[in-house]
Design a protein around this ligand. Structure first.
Ligand code: ADP
Ligand code: ASP
Ligand code: MG
Length: 465
């Protein structure tokens, strides 16, 4: 089999974890598989880089960041490669990359203009530090390995911070660059999170995007499976940090996994499933701390024995924007203009709901996107406001709770049970949306109510059993 294996931040977060990751790669190679590795930055590194970029943009050059990152990566090299030429090579690669990033931060602290393009160049540094290190450790364990910069492989649009892969271009580059490495029995260790425009400008795929890198590469290489190595046993019935009794799901469908990821289950980047699903490549989510546990397998079939609701999740940091007014009936341009504004701002809408009286439409977006969208809406709907067709545009900080499951479809009583469980907890539902696919019911609640709402739904459907 050709397996694309992705290691998340905690799975490469220390010398011990990197040694374990390398062992997992070596084990699969020894079992006869061909392996392409995608690695995240060591845990915490991306946050540190983003903070450093933001500090630099306000004139504060954090000189110590370079040393801190050099020390952390050198310590790994010393522990795992000490006294070998590989150690010196890996440390030299790390030092060179850090110097380049430090120069960018210094320049930024002078110019104080942090463009999304520059932020991508800085925030993607972490993967470019971990990849050479992991490759060297795999090689030291006896399997030939080579660090590969994803900017040579994954071609994307220029939407910095959330770039979209260009599948055809990526397929050509991935096969050209990675094919020969795999062909000679070596393991390419590709930087996750990163890509480049056709002109070669560095982009990132969005926070948590290394999962997406893995499925993009799996599709480009026609891989047999994607394995996402992380710090939990798989995709669970709820976020285990929020619902301690959450259980690992053994099987789920592409649609279930993507709905869950879309509605906040951080275990998978929300775009991960699509490239794999298009080519029916199974995706496994596995625990690098307990590699012999079964994990979750995501496939086209999913779990035929599944019950109605399979998992429950929540998205925080959401803003509900509502446009209301008794004069809105029958004025279709209001809806059109509203979503034109959202589209122009390139903002992702999490849910939409319209009351049947048409007196109110509301939609949920990320809180960070809200100021720009609301400003644009006020401008675009000025005439409607003057004419009295709309009365107000309001914003409310909320959370979305989503119940997900393929077999919710056509099963009566699920919505009633969801609402009943919230009512029993005294939780007020602000807005609701159920897609016509019936694979998901999403509810808007206050941020404070979200944890209780998730637990209530989890209990109501006995997801712990
Ligand atoms: P990695 O660094 O390996 O990419 P992440 O932190 O991005 O790991 O994702 C794994 C985390 O996702 C888990 O530790 C868990 O806290 C969180 N999580 C949220 N929802 C779920 C869920 N439904 N199932 C499993 N993990 C979840
Ligand atoms: N290092 C990146 C991040 O923290 C990408 C990833 O870990 O998936 O967002
Ligand atoms: Mg992640």
């Amino acid at each position: 089999m050709l397996i694309v294996m992705k290691f998340g931040g905690t799975s490469v977060g220390s010398a011990e974890r990197i040694a374990q990751a390398a062992q997992l790669v070596v084990r699969s190679v020894r079992e006869g598989h061909r392996v392409v590795v995608v690695t995240s930055a060591m845990s915490g590194v991306t946050n540190l880089l983003i903070d450093a970029a933001q500090a630099a943009a306000s004139g504060q050059w954090r000189e110590q960041v370079r040393q801190e990152l050099l020390d952390r990566h050198t310590a790994v090299a010393d522990a795992l490669l000490g006294g070998t030429p590989r150690r010196d090579e890996a440390v030299a690669a790390v030092a060179e990359r850090l110097e380049a990033t430090d120069k960018l931060c210094f320049g930024l602290s002078m110019v104080r203009d942090l463009t999304p393009r520059l932020l991508d160049a800085i925030s993607g540094t972490g993967e470019r530090l971990s990849a050479p290190l992991l490759a060297a450790v795999i090689a030291a364990a006896g399997v030939d390995a080579e660090a590969v910069d994803a900017t040579d492989v994954i071609v994307t649009t220029d939407q910095f911070g959330a770039a979209e892969p260009l599948a055809d271009e990526t397929r050509v580059k991935a096969q050209d660059r990675l094919g020969p490495v795999v062909g000679r029995g070596a393991v390419p260790v590709v930087t996750g999170f990163l890509g480049a425009t056709p002109e070669g400008v560095t982009t990132t795929l969005g926070r948590g995007g290394s999962d997406f890198s893995a499925s993009i590469l799996a599709a480009a290489l026609d891989a047999d499976e994607v394995w996402i190595w992380t710090d939990v046993d798989g995709v669970m019935t709820a976020n285990p940090a929020e619902v301690p009794e959450a259980r690992t799901l053994r099987e789920m469908s592409y649609s279930e996994a993507s709905e869950l990821a879309y509605y906040g289950a951080k275990v998978l980047h929300y775009k991960t499933i699509l490239p794999a699903a298009r080519q029916r490549i199974p995706v496994r989510i596995l625990n690098s701390f307990h590699p012999d546990r079964r994990g979750t397998r995501v496939s086209a079939e999913g779990d035929p024995a599944a019950r109605g609701v399979k998992a429950v999740t929540s998205v925080r940091n959401v803003m509900l924007v509502a446009i209301s007014g008794t004069g809105m009936q029958g004025i279709p341009t209001i809806v059109a203009k509203t979503f034109e504004c959202v589209a122009d701002a390139q903002v992702n809408v999490l849910m939409i709901s319209q009351a049947s009286s048409e007196n109110n439409i509301c939609f949920a977006i990320s809180r960070n996107d809200a100021p720009a969208v609301v400003r644009a809406l006020r401008r675009a709907l000025e005439i409607e406001r003057m004419r009295g067709h709309i009365e107000e545009i309001t914003e409310q900080a909320v959370a979305i709770v989503a119940a997900v499951g393929d077999r919710m479809r056509g099963t009566p009583g699920i919505a009633a049970a969801v609402f009943g469980s919230l009512a029993a907890e005294g939780i007020n539902v602000i807005a609701v949306s159920q897609g016509s696919s019936e694979r998901n019911i999403s509810l808007v609640v206050t941020e404070d109510d979200a944890p209780n709402a998730v637990r209530a739904v989890h209990r109501a459907f006995q997801l712990d059993r």
